[in-house]
Design a protein around this ligand. Structure first.
Ligand SMILES: Nc1ncnc2c1ncn2[C@@H]1O[C@H](COP(=O)(O)OP(=O)(O)OP(=O)(O)O)[C@@H](O)[C@H]1O
Ligand SMILES: [Mg+2]
Length: 290
């Protein structure tokens, strides 16, 4: 069961063909995000349109404050556009209620927050198990085994019984990466997932992401690391709330993209296994980004 966590269980790898999917996996149409500030409305995203197909590995780069996290939060449904549309695999994320988004996100999109957002009263292992508990996927024993395996993948198994406050920032970041993969989501949106890591650890996390893309996942990764940005299939540059550059490389996905579960097909029964000190499981799934 655990031997093939990062690959779909097709008997033979299928070869991806351009244009194989009828619609874009991620489709942002004319998205505007306006924040009300004391100085008046501030436009963090200005009519952004971005289409990402299944199997792409996209790096989003740009200066601090350019709108990268805001863009990520649109795709994951953490935040809503002021106008425009966010459609993921045909599902209009911007039209869903908070509860619907939380359920949809739980199985569809793994999120690595810029500031980790680990629940402080849960151990590292419990944090990684939490999305599986929330979405009620895998059996109880499998959840634990899978969480341990994911922590091994990010070289964090030795820290699994510690609380997030007892580990370093880089270790918290790796725990957040393991958690984002817990439900085996077809899409991963990672906001600076290597921002707190030394170059060697960052490289191993990036290799893990490459392996995931080769196994059929679609990854959008915000990064400041120019070296890593050069190794993806596509680099999108944001400046002052607009996409100013969009460059694709020749690298192509090795296999057919992992399908997205449709909301109506989701059997999601939130199970309040962990509600320490009143912190509900929804805090993870519906929390704010930055
Ligand atoms: N809640 C908010 N209220 C007001 N302005 C905001 C809010 N969130 C973000 N902004 C502004 O929107 C702009 C884009 O912010 P965002 O966090 O997306 O930048 P970023 O590219 O992720 O930056 P960094 O690289 O520093 O993480 C910034 O100017 C920021 O100050
Ligand atoms: Mg940011």
């Amino acid at each position: 069961m655990l031997h093939n966590l990062f690959k779909r269980s097709t008997a033979k790898p299928q070869v991806w063909q351009p244009g194989q999917t009828a619609h874009h996996l991620i489709d942002l149409q004319d998205v505007v995000k306006s924040y009300a500030t004391a100085a008046g409305d501030f436009l963090a995203l200005k009519n952004v349109s971005l289409q990402v197909d299944g199997g792409e590995f996209v790096a989003v780069i740009g200066k601090s404050g350019s709108g990268k996290s805001t863009l990520s939060n649109m795709i994951t449904g953490i935040d809503r556009p002021s106008s425009g549309a966010v459609v993921v695999n045909g599902t209009s994320v911007h039209k869903m209620s908070e509860g619907q988004i939380a359920r949809w996100r739980g199985l569809s999109v793994g999120v690595v927050f810029q500031f980790f957002q680990l629940l402080p009263t849960l151990t590292v292992l419990e944090n990684v198990m939490l999305p599986m508990d929330f979405c009620n996927v895998y059996s109880g024993r499998e959840r634990r085994e899978r969480a341990i395996h994911l922590l091994e993948q990010v070289d964090l198994a030795e820290q699994m019984h510690k609380l997030p406050t007892a580990i370093s920032g880089g270790q918290q970041q790796r725990a957040a990466i393991a958690r984002s993969l817990a439900t085996d989501p077809p899409i991963v949106v990672a906001d600076e997932p290597t921002g707190n890591l030394d170059s060697r650890t960052a490289d191993s996390i990036f290799s893990l992401f490459e392996k995931l893309v080769d196994g059929g996942k679609t990854i959008l990764m915000v990064t400041h690391d120019d070296d890593l940005a050069e190794r993806v299939t596509r680099t999108v540059t944001i400046a002052d709330g607009r996409i100013v550059d969009d460059i694709r490389s020749q690298r192509r996905p090795l296999s057919v993209p992992q399908p997205v579960r449709q909301p109506e097909a989701l059997v999601v029964r939130p199970v309040p296994l962990f509600q320490p000190n009143g912190v509900g499981v929804y805090a993870l799934q519906g929390g704010s980004g930055d």
